[in-house]
Design a protein around this ligand. Structure first.
Ligand SMILES: *Cc1c(COP(=O)(O)O)cnc(C)c1O
Length: 357
């Protein structure tokens, strides 16, 4: 990794830590922020020095472009505390690669990897007490970038703010969910921004999700935006099925987000000798597989919940239950355990995924 370890990052410390306010047993993501944040501004064609400072408000004019035209991107990753007390960030280089693709799609200057990686390392090191040690809990890290020109005319902004904030995340128990195969609305279309983690994608997904919730579902299972015939992903997670004993996930393209959890699970499944296929899954295949009991498990995969088992899938007004998924299934939990073992330092990290701060 290419780190400038002597890069100067001035630190203005918070006068008091707020960590004693946290109710660790009862933690919702984003409920609390750690004591510090990193801020780095861009203007006149260059990045200025990053700074770490107490977590607090930004002062922005109402005409700031990010408020109007959606030139905003973000990432989401986690820092874990291993059994021996050390703290690491899980696969930050892989998140940075995706960050670069998001920034390019939104015409934003790419913050140098030294600022992204070293800035995040210093911030997490400073706020490491906020990374709880119990299995399932972690410190969620949210890098983001917004266009900060203040003028209402739509054009590519010339000034930006990159920032990183952190939020402790509790043991996120993911109870099995009901999902609805979405046949009308689209999250992403070919040629659009589906592969980027940009603000607009998420704002646009709220309404269809709200409609699905009104019908009693927890989440939408997105299909392609043209034929609505091929499964893409679910909410803020990639999706996996176990069909005839094979772990199947839709392939990556410009409408699907390249999830780091997805990639990690594929690597771990192959290592465990589980047959895997990255291929298209049509709604017809899914329906038939559910009817004939060939779909034994279904789950979403993402940084927030790791694995979220799906116990029921609604297709065109009919609900199909996956009995095995209801008690967790077997492949999903096995992969989650393999991933957690690496993250919490219970086994070797043969892939070099843990980046110690
Ligand atoms: C962030 C995200 C994912 C999951 O990616 P991870 O890197 O595994 O957290 C999947 N789909 C969408 C739409 C996302 O925004």
């Amino acid at each position: 990794m290419n780190l400038i370890s002597d890069m100067q990052i001035p630190v203005r410390r918070a006068p008091h830590s707020r960590i004693h306010e946290v109710d660790w047993g009862n933690l919702e993501l984003g409920q609390y922020n750690s004591d510090h944040m990193l801020v780095c501004d861009y203007s006149e064609g260059r990045w200025f020095g990053p700074e770490i400072m107490p977590f607090g408000p930004f002062s922005l004019l109402p005409t700031t472009l990010a408020f109007h035209y959606g030139q905003t991107i973000f990432e989401g990753m986690k820092a874990f505390r291993t059994a021996d007390g050390r703290v690491h960030i899980f696969r930050p280089e892989k998140h940075y690669e995706r960050w670069v693709r998001s920034a390019e799609r939104l015409c934003m200057p790419v913050v140098p990897s030294e600022v992204f990686m070293e800035g995040m390392r210093r911030l997490v090191q400073l706020d490491r007490e906020w990374a709880p040690g119990s299995t399932g809990s972690a410190l969620y890290i949210r890098p983001f970038q917004i266009a900060t020109d203040f003028r209402l005319k739509l054009k590519i902004a010339e000034s930006y703010r990159f920032a990183i904030v952190c939020s402790p995340a509790g043991n996120y128990f993911s109870r099995p969910v009901r999902v609805k195969v979405e046949r009308e609305y689209a999250r992403a279309v070919k040629g659009g921004t589906g592969y980027a983690k940009c603000g607009g994608n998420y704002g646009a997904s709220l309404f269809p999700t709200q409609m699905a919730k009104a019908e009693g579902y927890d989440q939408v299972l997105w299909t392609d935006g043209v034929s609505h015939q091929y499964i893409e992903e679910s909410g803020m997670m990639n999706v996996f099925f176990v069909i005839d004993g094979v772990l199947v996930t839709p392939p990556l393209n410009d409408t699907t987000l390249d999830g780091v959890t997805r990639d990690s699970l594929l690597v771990l499944a192959s290592a465990a000798g589980i047959p895997v296929e990255e291929r298209s899954v049509s709604v017809d295949e899914l329906r038939e597989g559910l009817e004939r009991g060939r779909v034994r498990e279904a789950f979403g995969a993402g940084t927030a919940a790791v694995i979220s088992p799906i116990w029921q899938i609604g297709i065109d007004g009919r609900d199909y239950t996956i009995p095995v998924s209801r008690d967790g299934g077997s492949i999903g939990p096995e992969l989650k355990e393999a991933l957690d073992s690496i993250r919490y330092g219970r086994t070797e990290d043969p892939y070099g995924w843990n980046f110690y701060v």
